[in-house]
Design a binder for this molecule. Structure first.
Ligand SMILES: [Zn+2]
Ligand SMILES: [Zn+2]
Length: 318
């Protein structure tokens, strides 16, 4: 099968024919129909996240067809847990000490075929096409978990309007929340998409927001947004960082946190998050804005994401 490999950090993915993977105990073999591209894949390629074995096939928003049953399933980032550690046994499998992640510890979906643990495959809502449902599997899911960690905000700010924000914006609007979209200064394409998806206010991170927020969700990997977001939230408000990697956060004057403001991160997802979001997405009418690339243009997809040229989400098709 054809697959794209990470050989070493800071090197383009290498496309090569390799033997089909063989499912181990509890695993199923999947024909990959589509695989979403996530910023985490870029962090691996750019060496900001360390893979413990190379070469590696990235990709953790996999829409695949089970070779044994023909069923269409989704494979997300959380690929395996031990089920026994104190996190797993307290409903927090996303924090499992021994977790194995798809496209990091387990070869992912930048390939024609892959294997996945049957227990971690998600059923996909039938109303979505393969390309459209792929970004829901990480961007959508993590965005949703990030929103839920913010409580019940009436006014929510989305910092970085990419794959995750454009999906969570639709859930937030459906739930009756006001959305304030903060993009890179001058990113008119992302701003236009935010406006189209119902944001009340759209602007650059250099602009003043017109109202105090109850929560700010940060999806851009830029630590300098943290003090900015803390300044924008009202007393008792939350700033939730949804990404797996972020540049350093500048020193924070305590007064920014004072007033019972909360600053936290969101790490990974649980299977329950997956089921909850894939149940809510069709009811909320969530649609993904997708750019597709053939698998052999995976490097172009990563370059477009890195440079900020991409609007919405990107998906590879083998
Ligand atoms: Zn565990
Ligand atoms: Zn991801």
């Amino acid at each position: 099968m054809l697959a794209a490999h990470v050989d070493a950090p800071h090197r383009p993915l290498r496309l090569a024919e390799v033997p089909d993977p063989v499912p181990g105990p509890g695993q199923v073999l999947l024909e990959v129909r589509a695989c979403g591209v996530c910023r985490t894949d870029l962090h691996i390629v750019d060496g900001e996240l360390t893979a413990d074995r190379l070469p590696l096939i990235p990709g953790h928003q996999i829409v695949g067809e089970r070779v044994d049953t023909g069923e269409r399933v989704g494979v997300p980032w959380l690929g395996w847990t031990d089920g026994t550690c104190r996190f797993c046994t307290s409903g927090r499998e996303n924090l499992c000490d021994a977790a194995r992640f798809t496209g990091l510890h387990i070869d992912g979906g930048y390939a024609e075929r892959c294997v996945a643990d049957e227990r971690f495959c998600l059923s996909l809502p039938p109303g979505y096409g393969d390309l459209e449902v792929a970004p829901l599997l990480c961007a959508g899911l993590i965005g949703f978990r990030t929103l839920r960690m913010a409580g019940d905000p009436a006014r929510v700010g989305l910092y970085g309007f990419g794959a995750a924000a454009h999906l969570v914006c639709q859930v937030a609007r459906w739930e009756g929340r006001e959305v304030f979209a903060v993009t890179r200064p001058g990113d008119t394409a992302a701003q236009a998409l935010a406006r189209e998806l119902g944001a009340t206010w759209v602007g650059g991170s250099d602009e003043q927001l017109p109202a105090e927020l109850d929560a700010a969700l940060i999806f851009a990997p830029a630590g300098e947004l943290v003090p900015l977001a803390l300044r924008a939230v009202a007393k008792g408000g939350s700033v939730v960082c949804g990404g797996i990697h972020m540049s350093d956060i500048p020193p924070l004057p305590y007064e920014l946190l004072w007033g019972e403001r909360v600053l936290r991160s969101v790490a990974n997802l649980t299977r329950a998050d997956g089921e909850a979001f894939l149940d809510i997405a069709p009811r909320a009418g969530v649609r993904s804005h997708v750019t597709t690339y053939p698998l052999d243009r995976a490097n172009d997809a990563l370059d477009d994401l890195r440079s900020g040229r991409l609007v919405g989400a990107s998906v590879l098709v083998p």
